[in-house]
Design a protein around this ligand. Structure first.
Ligand SMILES: [Zn+2]
Length: 182
């Protein structure tokens, strides 16, 4: 994994870029949660399921299909989330799938089963600059933990900041175009 905290950078950038009218606090909280959910699969280690299994770490829970299905469930709660159903779906989906993509940009562990269940192959993206995060909080309090945090600042938080800025600029441009001319 990229570290669990850094996965939240993606939904935060959506909210900063697209604004509170589109993404309510409730939707932001849900999207932040969903961006971390795939790593609940580390519980597989406790049950003796091997890393490379489709049910193991970076397996099914990191796939496109899993993100598509889980995100669809929340469409039914769009009223409570105070957002349009399509917005709920897209924000949830992109927050979840960004998890697998970020993991696929790390430089360690096995790759990510993004195409599960059609293909159980583990994939990495061609850019593997993010230092792989140690599994477990204690390992973080080390020199290695600091290296991970620095690499994530540069390769996760900085690009997410740029994404937020771009979304913000596009949104403002569109709002300007929508205003009636006098
Ligand atoms: Zn992960």
């Amino acid at each position: 994994m990229a570290s669990i905290i850094s996965h939240v950078a993606v939904p935060i950038s959506f909210r900063l870029g697209l604004g509170r009218e589109l993404i309510s606090v409730r939707l932001l909280r849900l999207a932040a949660f969903l961006s971390m959910v795939p790593d609940a699969d580390v519980i597989a280690f406790k049950f003796g399921i091997p890393y490379e299994s489709q049910w193991g770490h970076r397996g099914f829970s990191h796939s496109i299909l899993f993100a598509l299905i889980v995100s669809a469930l929340f469409i039914f709660f769009s009223k409570q989330l105070r957002a349009k159903p399509a917005t709920v779906y897209l924000i949830c989906f992109f927050s979840m799938i960004s998890h697998g993509l970020l993991d696929a940009m790390t430089n360690g562990g096995l790759g990510v089963a993004v195409l599960w269940p059609f293909d159980n192959e583990r994939y990495f993206l061609p850019w593997n600059n993010i230092e792989v995060s140690p599994i477990g909080a204690s390992a973080f309090l080390s020199q290695r933990g600091l290296e991970v945090l620095y690499s994530e600042l540069f390769y996760v938080w900085l690009p997410c900041g740029i994404l937020a800025l771009l979304l913000f600029l596009v949104r403002h441009q569109m709002q300007k175009l929508r205003k009636p001319l006098h």
